[in-house]
Design a protein around this ligand. Structure first.
Ligand SMILES: NC(=O)c1ccc[n+]([C@@H]2O[C@H](COP(=O)([O-])OP(=O)(O)OC[C@H]3O[C@@H](n4cnc5c(N)ncnc54)[C@H](OP(=O)(O)O)[C@@H]3O)[C@@H](O)[C@H]2O)c1
Length: 293
């Protein structure tokens, strides 16, 4: 179980192609195979990555120490049946790369003596291949059998990643956190862009970029409490009331504003910039605004 020499990548989409290319270029690890279920797609991935050990039949895969499965999340369970039937993973390590599914989606393979895990790289992979320099320092979150996690730890550390372990039960909570930190930031900026475009400022207004980047920098260098500024942090309830009033024409945006305002007041209270009484005053203001909308 200590060897990390032969690695097969199953799935030749965005992440599979990038990982296969990274492994192929790194020292001390051998990319044994890049698998895709469609011959044309795996050929295309081979041209893009320069990887020539390509397969489109699971039964023909060469023996490997680790199998990394980079396919759609909703196909993982049925794919584990294909792996079980093909029988190549017996006693080996098999891991998928999904952020939301835990290793348990592969539990059927346990009966074969296979070690199962998942490894989620906290990075966005597009059609463009990621270089070893770009992958360096990427946080990869592991969960699953400890034997499998130990092997993946070595593999991904060798690729320059920083690995972290969580328990399988916490996988969905972990993924929800990642959704807030990535997808919902996009949604909030989309709302901000929409409001600005309605008052004649372009959606890609430079000031929004400067403001958001500065805030993100502050959050990660100083923490959420110090990074929080604005009307709630200053306890300006009248500003919140007027803004809720102004946004009342958009039901979903005003509801979201109110929910976020309440959550923001908890940060402000922790920071000590507003009192518990002020927080309760805000809560009743928000409740009234929601009731009358
Ligand atoms: N892209 C990212 O930024 C990123 C980041 C972290 C983790 N991930 C995870 O990585 C995995 C792959 O994501 P991706 O973005 O690389 O997806 P993708 O570009 O859409 O590629 C998915 C691949 O899965 C294959 N596939 C789908 N169903 C299959 C099945 N039943 N049997 C065999 N192959 C099948 C597809 O093949 P066909 O072309 O034949 O349909 C395609 O090659 C997902 O679990 C995702 O959550 C992605």
């Amino acid at each position: 179980m200590s060897s990390v020499s032969k690695v097969a990548v199953l799935g030749c989409g965005r992440l599979g192609s990038s990982l296969a290319s990274l492994i192929d270029k790194s020292h001390g690890i051998e990319l044994s195979a890049l698998y895709g279920r469609k011959e044309a797609a795996v050929r295309e991935a081979s041209l893009k990555t320069g990887v020539d050990k390509i397969y489109s039949n699971l039964k023909e895969l060469p023996s490997s120490d680790i199998y990394l499965v980079a396919i759609d999340d909703d196909a993982l369970e049925s794919f584990s049946k294909n792996i079980f039937e093909a029988g190549f993973a017996k006693g080996k390590v098999i891991a998928h790369l999904s952020g939301s599914e835990s290793s348990q989606v592969f539990s059927k393979l346990h009966s074969d003596g296979t070690f199962i895990a998942s490894c989620h790289p906290m990075k966005s992979f597009t059609e463009k291949l990621v270089s070893l320099e770009e992958f360096d320092g990427t946080s990869c979150v592991l969960e699953g059998d400890s034997e499998a996690c130990d092997v993946l730890d070595k593999l991904f550390s060798r690729l320059g990643a920083k690995t972290f372990r969580i328990s399988s039960e916490n996988k969905l909570k972990y993924h929800s956190a990642a959704v807030f930190a990535s997808n919902y930031i996009v949604t909030l900026l989309d709302i901000a862009g929409e409001l600005l475009s309605e008052i004649g400022l372009d959606k890609s207004f430079q000031g929004l970029e400067q403001l958001s980047q500065q805030v993100l920098q502050n959050v990660f260098s100083q923490g959420t409490e110090k990074a929080l500024t604005g009307p709630i942090e200053r306890g300006e309830l009248e500003v919140v009331r007027k803004e809720l009033d102004c946004l009342s024409e958009y039901k979903d945006i005003s509801l979201l504003y109110a929910l976020l305002a309440e959550r923001t007041s908890e940060i402000a209270e922790r920071k000590g910039s507003i009192s518990t009484e002020k927080k309760s005053e805000l809560k009743s203001l928000l409740e009234k605004a929601q009731a009358s909308s």
